[in-house]
Design a protein around this ligand. Structure first.
Ligand SMILES: [Zn+2]
Length: 485
């Protein structure tokens, strides 16, 4: 029997609010353990939580940006369980009345087809404390850091619409792009501001039943998510083939073993309405205000780039994939440089150079202004592409303007036709065999001769002019040749 995978995701994203969800303690990461704490987030008995308006705003913006419907009323419940990182015995979460429902994101499916993946609901939740496992001499000890206790989260629960590791990975990429655009979370799996659980089950292909699922946790990159799902599909297929029954449980992805390992039975504790945080009522006016605060989203921006700047759909998607990148692109284009040149140079030169140097587009010394000055010189034919690449390299380590660098290193392109014609004559005289190859119709002879001429000019010749002069002179040759016979 052939099986198909049914995959749903639960994503926790930390909201980048200034404070925690129910107190005024800082939401900064990287501080000394237990520094950002108070009686409320140490969960002392009797301390009353005060719900943060910023958390509500950022959760709402996130939900709106993910195409969800904000619910008129939502409320917090106590998710009851005990764990050393949750000594108060319950977590404040929205189990029964979530903030938002019925969202979606579009991805490109495995076979290039557009695919809409639905979001079931988005709710708000406080984070639990963090357990740190260490050794003291020969004794293993576990420490609890409450800096994370009460940090505002949204949990995004998808419908089980994904059928492959590809779908799940693309969904997370789209989600991350979208939320980073909205600016409400950093969404970094590496640093833990985004955490993903995947629910995976199998069913006979062509049926629509939902079978017992297995939950996989602990994936800290998109690649791990894909690997864990692939592993789990293979493991469950093998189990079903030998007639084993799949039991509901939680597994951990072990990146070293490249396998999922069983962790515990899935715990579903009771959820009871919380009496201390008031219900949240959302008015139309407030929702409208939140809507107006949403920035232009990536798909809208890509459409605009196609219309305004005549980019191809692929180029438009690439230039709008990250908000910072799209703003850089537009800043350069504003200097009257052709959008195709800008796209090409960002994609093939700037982005690889940034990656190599481990820099972000927001903090690189190659600012949009300096980059646009460089491309303007290229477009005015003052330098050729080779020289532009070298100047770009210098821009990373020098404060000089592109124009000064071009002067300083003598990169100015030679476009003086008399000078270039003399150079071409020399090259033709020195390479008689290439010339006769050209007349015999050997295609690469032309490339060779252009290369020789560029070399003779130390890379400064205008390659377009070189080609023109060469073509003209070789044609004249042919006429003389014909007249002689
Ligand atoms: Zn606190």
């Amino acid at each position: 029997m052939e099986y198909e995978a049914v995959i749903g995701l639960e994503i926790h994203a930390e909201l980048n609010c200034a404070t925690k969800m129910f107190c005024d303690c800082s939401n900064r990461t990287g501080d000394d353990p237990n520094k950002n704490t108070c009686p409320i987030c140490l969960w002392f008995p009797g301390a009353i939580p005060r719900f943060s308006e910023e958390a509500l705003e950022k959760a709402t913006l996130t939900a709106l940006g993910l195409n969800c419907t904000i619910q008129e009323r939502s409320a917090f419940d106590q998710k009851v369980y005990y764990y050393p990182d949750l000594p108060k015995g319950f977590q404040l979460s929205q189990a029964h009345l979530p903030l938002a429902r019925n969202g979606w994101l579009d991805i490109i499916g495995e076979h290039g087809q557009p695919k809409r993946l639905r979001i079931h609901k988005i709710h708000m939740e406080e984070d639990v404390a963090k357990l740190v496992h260490e050794t003291e001499g020969r004794t293993s000890i576990s420490l609890v850091d409450f800096n994370r206790a009460g940090v505002p989260l949204v949990e995004i629960v998808t419908e089980p619409d994904m059928r492959s590791p590809h779908d799940a990975m693309e969904f997370i990429r789209a989600l991350r792009t979208q939320i980073r655009y909205i600016g409400t979370s950093e969404c970094s799996m590496e640093s833990g501001t985004m955490r993903i659980d995947a629910n995976i089950s199998l069913r006979p292909k062509g049926t629509d039943q939902l079978n017992t699922k297995v939950e996989v946790k602990n994936m800290n990159s998109i690649r791990h998510l894909g690997d864990a799902i692939t592993y789990e599909i293979n493991r469950q297929t093998a189990s079903l083939r030998v007639g084993e029954i799949i039991v509901l449980h939680t597994r951990l992805w072990d990146p070293e073993k490249r396998a999922t390992v069983p962790m515990r039975g899935k715990f579903e504790g009771p959820c009871v309405p919380d009496p201390s945080v008031p219900q949240i009522a959302i008015t139309e006016a407030w929702k409208k205000e939140m809507h107006s605060r949403l920035p232009e989203m990536p798909s809208q921006k890509a459409d605009r780039f196609i219309k305004h700047y005549a980019l191809t759909p692929e180029e438009a998607v690439m230039m709008s994939a990250e908000r910072d990148l799209s703003e850089y692109f537009e800043a350069v284009v504003r200097h009257q440089i052709s959008s195709r040149t800008v796209t090409h140079w960002i994609a093939t030169q700037l982005l690889p150079a940034l990656k190599e140097r481990n820099q972000n587009i927001t903090d690189t010394p190659v600012t949009s202004l300096r980059f646009s000055e460089l491309l303007a010189m290229l477009e005015r034919n003052e330098i050729n592409a080779n020289a532009a690449r070298e100047v770009l390299d210098y821009l990373f380590d020098s404060d000089k303007s592109p124009a000064d660098l071009v002067e300083h290193h003598g990169f100015r392109q030679v476009s003086d036709t008399t000078q270039l014609a003399g150079l071409v004559d020399t090259v033709l005289a020195e390479n008689p065999s290439a010339v006769s190859d050209f007349h015999k119709g050997v295609a690469k002879a032309m490339g060779f001769l252009i290369g020789q001429a560029m070399q003779a000019s130390k890379g400064k010749a205008n390659p377009k002019l070189i080609r023109e002069i060469l073509t003209r002179k070789l044609d004249e040759d042919k006429i003389i040749d014909r007249n002689l016979h």
